[in-house]
Design a protein around this ligand. Sequence first.
Ligand SMILES: *Cc1c(COP(=O)(O)O)cnc(C)c1O
Length: 365
Amino acid sequence: MTTAPKLSFDVQLSDHARTAAEREQVLASPGFGQIFTDHMISVDYTEGVGWHDARLMPYGPLSLDPATSVFHYAQELFEGLKAYRQVNGSIVSFRPFANAGRFNRSALRMAMPELPEDVFVESLELLVQTDRDWVPTTEGHSLYLRPFMIATQAGLGVNYPSRNYKYMVIASPAASYFSGGVSPVSVWLSTEYTRAAPGGTGFAKCGGNYAAAFVAQRQAVAQGCDQVVWLDAIEHRYVEEMGGMNLFFVYGDRLLTPALTGTLLPGITRESVLTLATELGLKPEEGRLSIEEWQAGCESGELTEVFACGTAAVITPVGSVKGADRAWTVGDGTPGPVTLKLREELVGIQYGARPDTHDWIHKIC
Ligand SMILES: *Cc1c(COP(=O)(O)O)cnc(C)c1O
């Protein structure tokens, strides 16, 4: 086996970067995923050649043939992670090699090429170092990083995967999900639609999963709820996860989360919470929970807290649940102590207020 020569990134700086004043105006109220930094990463893949043309370049539109495969058959995948400005001033990311590994597991499922993990992490480092002034200084804010890969071969043949791909990274400053403290979300139990079936793409972070979810999310909003809770595709009874977050159920000092059966997205926040829980004296377990058990647990008082977790919103309490024929509240509808403790611990590690005993923090600059 020959090893491919190491990719080196060509750097082309923007000649129309935003001024400091323009940037500060964005950073004063960044919202989420609306405004992007001055640069982006692009790396191309050609079958038989491998990855090539790695570059950092000015942020801007792509020009693609209308027959490009991704537009028709959705052969694409993405990742999501953040760069944080720590209390000591350094800029770090959280477990980026875990995202690199998941990116490649998604790629295998989508018949797309794997990207070497060190190229994935180096691409993030280069973009964040170049656009470091875009990493917010406001507490709880961060720079959201969006690596993704698309199939770029032009042609409508549906029998074979694309022979060409493009990997990119874009970055967007993000406000804290919670402007007025940690507020619980209300959830809608989707029994009409399902997100993922056994053998499908539920564990892959591929665009099609989210395209298929919008109709249920719209239904949730029409029902007065913030988010969808997805149930298993076979019995429509067992809790899987939310649209972009995994779920945890707190029974006193016992912490239950749905097991990774292939239909759930294996969240890096989920995995980190499982680790932190043990250290905080909780007993985490991966298992199965039906909506009947969820409701009965809340009514008996045994199930004291429910929370969702993911990179974007960190840890979010679930306050109330609604389904086609049922509705209930979790605890008294306010954030519980286990939820808040885990959140404080995780955020503390990310922003450097707590020691990083797991080597989760990856210093960028
Ligand atoms: C990204 C995502 C999550 C959370 O994953 P993290 O790695 O914790 O950010 C959970 N569920 C779905 C469907 C997702 O897309």
